[in-house]
Each structure stands twice: as structure tokens, then as C-alpha cells.
Design a protein around this ligand. Structure first.
Ligand code: PMP
Length: 372
């Protein structure tokens, strides 16, 4: 039922194809985010100080020892990135080298070996080529790609692991938030602090944010807004998005201090703003400033940016004893422009002046070519 071949250049990839695609049975249009997975996954192991042979295999469970270092001590990081169906029907990865670079920043901070760029990019391209039918068609859709990278030593001594595994799997994604989000300002817990790990995608960052997110959702809100750990005044970011505000004709976003995630969408937004001639500032923004800006009429828009949600408008920000209702979305100019412009670039509907797109060429490797 399977066939096997070596694929790629500097890091050969052994490919074991699934006997059939689960795509026709999968209801990807109505499945909630992250619940349906592509047919294959990429797996590369780091052992004895070097990267061994990589492989693409049918999406499946991994064998895990209870003494796995990644489970016991949380030496586990990940990325979240996307591929888009372009207007000509091709497959485009969005800024894969920037995601790879951020994964390596996460690796360095958590004492894990860096991943060679060609191993990552070649694995990604091959996986996407094989599972290209999983990239949905239609504006606003995409294939979410989840690389995970974690420690696989099976001894529980407290030291950096010697063995690691990188797995890349995919999940088709239609829409993340289908309406402007209700935000709850989080004042009891903090997400990150100076000298910590807020700037990397450590799994533990998300583990310790779960309680606050759940409490917010149970109370009817969509996302939390984190404040800085020291003063509990300055805006850091939303649950899984960077924060932007439009104050009159100036866009403001928190500066990168090491406590917030260095969002690739955030960076893309800043480039698009520059080229659209819209001024922006990366600076400290207190929640009081946003309240005052709303009261004085200066606050025009508030939105989050992230790979999963792209540009997510905020409906209202709720804090202790106050609510900041945003002006009606129909009056907004910046967020809608950004959402459109990013979608146009990602789908190659307009030229990509930034070199953000990375086309996945078809190498004609299809599900079960032997049996068909
Ligand atoms: N902040 C956090 C905490 C996130 O998890 C994400 C999603 N990766 C972002 C911001 C946005 O980052 P990006 O634009 O790279 O997806």
C-alpha cells in the first residue's frame, strides 16, 4: 500500500505515501480551526549531534515514552504559518524563511539545536507538494502549517535533551474569527516578563495562558489582552495576535521588548503601512491612553494581527469597570485596507514587491501514483 523514494537534495527525504487521501471524506469547509489534518506529515530526527534521514509519512500518532524530556520539562517549541492557493491555482508559502528563522530563535532560547534552513524548507515544499490538494481554494482560505519541535530524550535528568524531533503537519483553515472580537483586559495574570520567553513560541507560553483564555471565554469574551508584567498598564498583545490601534491618522503598536511575540503578520503590516504612506509608531501604549483616545474621539480602530486570524477587528475592549466600544467597522479605513492588501499579496493577485511568496513547484508526486 505504500511506496518509498528519496526526494530532495541536501537532506534526502524518504517518502511513504498514504494509500488514499482522506480529503474527499473531510468536511474542511465547516470544520472548526485545527480539527482536520492533511494526509501526510514531515518528520526529521536529531540524534548523536546531527540530523538523520528525514521522512514524509501518513499523518499518524507518534510513539511517546512517559519519560520523554519534551513532556516532562516542556522543551517544546512550534511555529504557525500558512500556504495559500494563488489566483493561478498554484501553491504559495508565505514568508517560510522568516518562520524558520523565528523557530530557530525559539530553539536557541530553549537550548535546542538550530534547524538547517534547507532541511526545513525542503521538507515543507515536499510536504506541500504531496498534499497540494489540501490547500483550499477561495479568498480567505488557506492551509495552516504547524511545525513542532521537541526534546525526545527518554531519561528524566534535568538537562537539555540530546535528541529532538521536528514534525510538520497541516490543517486546512477557512475563517478564524467570523466577527469583530470582544476583548477582555487581563489584570490578574501576566504572559511574559523581561528576561523571559515571551518573544519565542515556546509551548509553555500557551500552557500558562490557557487559564486566563478559558476564563475570558467562559465569561463571553473572545480573546484576552495582556498587559506588561511590571506596571500592569502597558499593552503587550492579544492571546495569539499582535495589537494595533489607529489614533487619528497614526497607527500605533507595542514595540518589541522581548516580552511579545515578534509576529510575522505584524512585520508584514508595518511594511504595507510604510508603502501605503500611513505613519506608524512602535512604542509603549497604556490602556489608559486607549481609554482617553476613545473619549476624545481620537481612537478610530483596534485590531489584532496573526497568521491564523490575519487582521482581526476588535468590537470592544472590556476592563475592570470600563468598556471601550470601537467606532462602527463601516467607518474603518486601515484594517480593511491591510486585510485586502495582505490577501492580494498572499494569493499573487497583485505583484509581491517584498519577496514574501515562496512558490511550491509541482514535482508530480501524488498520492499513490503506483496504485493509480
Ligand atoms: N502573538 C502570539 C502570542 C501568537 O501566538 C501569535 C501567532 N503566532 C502572534 C502574536 C502573531 O504572530 P504571527 O503574525 O507570526 O502569526
Amino acid at each position: 500500500m505504500t511506496n518509498s523514494q528519496i526526494y530532495g537534495h541536501s537532506y534526502p527525504i524518504e517518502v511513504q505515501l498514504a494509500s488514499h487521501s482522506r480529503l474527499p471524506e473531510s468536511d474542511i469547509k465547516s470544520a472548526p480551526f485545527g480539527t482536520v489534518f492533511g494526509d501526510h506529515m514531515f518528520v526529521a530526527e536529531y540524534q548523536d549531534g546531527k540530523w538523520g534521514k528525514a521522512r514524509i509519512v501518513p499523518f499518524n500518532n507518534l510513539p511517546l515514552s512517559p519519560s520523554l524530556a519534551g513532556l516532562n520539562y516542556g522543551q517544546s517549541i512550534f511555529e504557525g504559518m500558512k500556504a495559500y492557493r494563488d489566483v493561478a491555482g498554484g501553491i504559495q508559502l508565505f514568508r517560510p524563511k522568516d518562520h524558520h528563522a523565528r523557530l530557530n530563535r525559539s530553539a536557541v532560547r530553549t537550548c535546542m539545536p538550530e534547524i538547517p534552513e534547507d532541511l526545513f524548507i525542503n521538507g515543507l515544499e515536499t510536504l506541500l507538494d504531496i498534499d497540494r490538494d489540501w490547500v483550499p481554494t477561495g479568498r480567505g482560505t488557506s492551509l495552516y502549517i504547524r511545525p513542532i519541535y521537541f526534546a525526545t530524550d527518554t531519561t528524566i535528568g534535568m538537562h537539555p535533551s540530546h535528541n529532538y524531533v521536528l514534525v510538520i503537519f497541516t490543517s486546512p483553515s477557512i475563517a478564524y474569527y467570523n466577527r469583530p472580537v470582544q476583548v477582555l483586559v487581563q489584570t490578574s495574570y501576566v504572559r511574559a516578563y523581561e528576561g523571559g520567553v515571551g518573544y519565542v513560541k515556546l509551548a509553555g507560553n500557551y500552557a500558562h495562558a490557557m487559564l486566563a483564555s478559558k476564563q475570558a471565554r467562559d465569561a463571553g469574551y473572545d480573546v484576552v489582552l495582556w498587559l506588561d508584567a511590571k506596571n500592569r498598564r502597558f499593552i503587550e498583545e492579544f492571546g495569539t495576535m499582535n495589537a494595533f490601534f489607529v489614533l487619528d491618522d497614526m497607527v500605533v503598536t507595542p514595540r518589541l521588548t522581548g516580552t511579545i511575540l515578534e509576529g510575522i503578520t505584524r512585520d508584514s503590516v508595518l511594511r504595507v503601512l510604510t508603502d501605503a504612506g500611513i505613519r506608524y509608531q512602535e512604542r509603549d501604549i497604556s490602556i489608559d491612553e486607549i481609554r482617553e483616545a476613545r473619549a476624545s474621539g481620537l481612537l478610530k480602530e483596534a485590531f489584532g494581527t496573526g497568521t491564523a486570524a490575519s487582521v482581526a477587528p476588535v468590537a470592544a475592549i472590556h476592563g475592570d469597570g470600563f468598556t471601550i466600544e470601537m467606532p462602527p467597522y463601516a467607518e474603518w479605513k486601515v484594517a480593511p485596507m491591510l486585510a485586502e492588501r495582505l490577501t492580494d499579496i498572499r494569493t499573487a493577485a497583485v505583484p509581491d514587491p517584498y519577496g514574501w511568496l515562496h512558490k511550491v513547484d509541482s514535482k508530480q508526486l501524488k498520492i499513490n501514483p503506483v496504485l493509480q
